[in-house]
Design a protein around this ligand. Structure first.
Ligand code: ADP
Length: 498
C-alpha cells in the first residue's frame, strides 16, 4: 500500500501515536471521572453527618421532644444547597419530611442547580440496597447525568429512620462532557500535527538515500572508481554509504586485477603463438628442406606447444583456485617421503646443469595434505631453483619440525632475486627481466620450465595457503635464494576435502 519508506514510517508512527493517545485519553477520563465521583460521595457523607447532627440538636430543643418530622424540616432549612434534596423516612418507609416545597435557599450559590425531584420511585430505588447495610450509594439514571443518591440509617429520639440525600450529577457530567470535547479535539489535532512532523522528518532524514540510489545507479564497470557521498559517517546512512564504498573498493580492485590478468595472459600467450606461427610458416615455405631441418622445426613447435599448454594449465588452476573450485583432497602422508620423491624426479634436470641437489631430512613428518598439490608446489620451487642457479651450483631441500609448524626449505646458491623484486615475485605473471630474456632452449626442448609465464610462485603460494600454511621468500641475495614453506601441524584423525 505504501511504497516509500517515509510513508510507511509516517503511517506506523501515526498508528502508534493514535493508539497511545487514545489509551492515554481513556485513562485520563477514567481517573478524572473516578475522582469527581469520589469527591461527590465524600461531600454527601459529610452533608449527611452535618444534617444528622443538626437533626439531633433540633430534637433535643424540640417541643414536643419526639417530633422527628419537624426537627428534620428545620434541619433541611439549614442545609439548603443547590442540587441537593433531602428526605427523612420512618422505619416503615413513610416519608416524614422532604425538602421539596421548602422556602427557597437563602445561601449564596455559584451554580443555579435545580434540586432533584423526590419521587416515590426514586426513594424506593435509593432505599432498596439499604436492606443489606446501614448506608449506601445508588446512581439513578436520568437526563443531565442522572442523580446520585445516598441513604443512611439513623436513630433519633429512640425512633429509627433513614436519611436520603439526592444529588444532581449535572455539574459532574458537564465537567466530563467538557473533558470529552477537549480530548476529542486534542487527540486528532495532535495526531495530524505529529504525523505531518514525522513525515517531514522522515523525508529530510531519508533524502541522502535518494541521493545514494541515484549515484549508485550511475556506477558501472567503467566508473567503478566513483564513490557515494558520506554526509555523516557516524549515523546509519553514513555507515551504509561507507560500507557500500568499501564494497566498491573491493570490486574495483578485483576488476583491476582481472583486467591485468587478462592483459598479462594474452601477452604471455602471444609469444609462443607467434613462434608456432613463424616456425611452421618457415618449415612449410621451403619444400627442399632436409628431414633434420624438419625434425628441428617440429621440436621447436613441440616445445612451444608444451609451453602454451603449461601456461593455459596454470591459468586454469589459478582461476579455479580463485573461484574456490579447485578440489583439495587431503589425506595422511609423510612429507619427508614426498620431498625425496620430488627431488628424485628433478634430479636428471639438475644433473644436466651439473647442479648438486641434496635432501636433508629430519625424521618422519606425517601431515594431512593433498599429495599432488604439495608435489606441484615443491616442483615449482625446485624448477625455479634449477632454472635460476648457474651450472655447477648447489640446491638443498630440507624438512623439519619447528614451533611454527612443519617446514620445507629450498635453498640455492644462484645469483638471488634483486631486492626491488622481493615483494613482487608472488604476483601473477611477474618475472624478473633476467627471467624474461632467458633463451627458450636453455632447458632443452623436452622440458618446459625455462621461460615460465610467472605463475609458478603464485600457484605455489596458493597451495601453501590452501593447506592453511605459508610460502615466504626467507632470503635472497648474492649467496643465493631461500624459500620456506610452513604448514601447520593438524590432528591426523580427520580426513577432509577442503
Ligand atoms: P617463472 O615462470 O618466471 O619461474 P615464478 O612465479 O616461478 O615464474 O617466479 C617468478 C620470478 O621469481 C622469476 O621470474 C624469477 O625472477 C624469480 N625467482 C623465482 N625463484 C627464483 C630463484 N630460485 N632464484 C632466482 N630468482 C627466482
Amino acid at each position: 500500500m505504501f511504497k516509500s519508506v517515509r510513508a510507511r514510517l509516517t503511517f506506523w508512527y501515526a498508528g502508534v501515536l493514535t493508539c497511545t493517545l487514545l489509551l492515554l485519553s481513556l485513562v485520563i477520563y477514567w481517573i478524572v471521572r473516578r475522582s469527581i465521583m469520589a469527591r461527590t460521595d465524600a461531600g454527601l457523607v459529610e452533608l449527611a453527618d452535618s444534617f444528622l447532627s443538626t437533626l439531633n440538636a433540633e430534637l433535643s430543643d424540640a417541643t414536643p421532644a419526639n417530633d422527628v418530622a419537624g426537627a428534620a424540616r428545620q434541619s433541611m432549612l439549614e442545609h439548603q444547597y443547590p442540587g441537593r434534596s433531602f428526605a427523612v423516612l420512618a422505619a416503615d418507609g413513610r416519608v416524614l419530611a422532604a425538602s421539596e416545597g421548602l422556602p427557597a435557599a437563602t445561601r449564596e450559590t455559584r451554580h443555579n442547580e435545580p434540586n432533584p425531584i423526590i419521587s416515590s420511585e426514586a426513594l424506593e430505588a435509593c432505599a432498596a440496597p439499604l436492606l443489606t447495610g446501614d448506608k449506601s450509594f445508588v446512581t439513578l439514571p436520568g437526563p443531565r447525568g442522572g442523580t446520585r443518591c445516598y441513604v443512611t440509617a439513623f436513630t433519633a429520639a429512640r425512633t429509627p429512620g433513614r436519611l436520603v440525600i439526592l444529588a444532581s450529577r449535572h455539574p459532574e457530567s458537564e465537567l466530563l462532557a467538557h473533558l470529552r470535547v477537549a480530548l476529542g479535539w486534542l487527540v486528532p489535532v495532535t495526531i495530524i500535527l505529529a504525523s505531518a512532523g514525522g513525515y517531514f522528518l522522515a523525508r529530510r532524514n531519508l533524502a541522502p538515500v535518494a541521493d545514494m540510489t541515484a549515484r549508485a545507479g550511475r556506477i558501472g564497470e567503467s566508473t567503478l572508481h566513483d564513490r557515494l557521498a558520506v554526509q555523516n559517517p557516524a549515523d546509519e546512512l553514513g555507515r551504509l554509504a561507507t560500507t557500500f564504498n568499501r564494497l566498491l573498493d573491493r570490486l574495483d580492485l578485483a576488476f583491476e586485477r582481472q583486467r591485468r590478468f587478462i592483459a598479462d595472459a594474452s601477452h604471455e600467450l602471444r609469444t609462443p603463438l607467434a613462434i608456432l606461427q613463424g616456425e611452421s610458416e618457415v618449415a612449410l615455405s621451403n619444400p627442399t628442406r632436409t628431414p633434420e631441418e624438419y625434425r628441428e622445426s617440429l621440436s621447436v613447435l613441440q616445445h612451444e606447444a608444451r609451453r602454451l599448454a603449461r601456461i593455459v594449465e596454470d591459468m586454469f588452476t589459478l582461476s579455479r583456485a580463485d573461484a574456490g573450485q579447485y578440489p583439495v583432497n587431503r589425506r595422511e602422508l609423510y612429507l619427508d617421503e614426498l620431498v625425496s620423491d620430488c627431488a628424485h624426479s628433478v634430479r636428471t634436470l639438475a644433473a644436466a646443469k651439473s647442479i648438486t641437489l641434496s635432501v636433508e631430512s629430519n625424521g618422519e613428518l606425517p601431515i594431512f595434505g593433498d599429495e599432488s598439490l604439495l608435489s606441484r608446489m615443491l616442483l615449482n620451487l625446485l624448477d625455479n631453483a634449477i632454472k635460476y642457479t648457474p651450472a655447477g651450483g648447489k640446491i638443498t631441500v630440507s624438512t623439519g619440525s619447528t614451533p611454527a609448524g612443519t617446514q620445507i626449505t629450498v635453498a640455492d646458491n644462484g645469483p638471488g632475486i634483486p631486492a626491488e623484486f622481493h615483494t613482487r615475485i608472488f604476483e601473477r605473471f611477474f618475472r624478473s627481466d633476467q627471467a624474461r630474456t632467458r633463451p627458450i632452449s636453455s632447458d632443452g626442448p623436452d622440458r618446459a620450465p625455462a621461460g615460465g609465464a610467472g605463475l609458478g610462485l603464485s600457484i605455489a603460494r596458493w597451495i601453501a595457503e590452501a593447506h592453511h600454511g605459508t610460502l615466504a621468500l626467507t632470503r635472497s641475495d648474492v649467496r643465493g635464494t631461500l624459500f620456506t614453506v610452513t604448514l601447520p601441524v593438524e590432528p591426523l584423525t580427520s580426513t577432509s576435502s577442503d
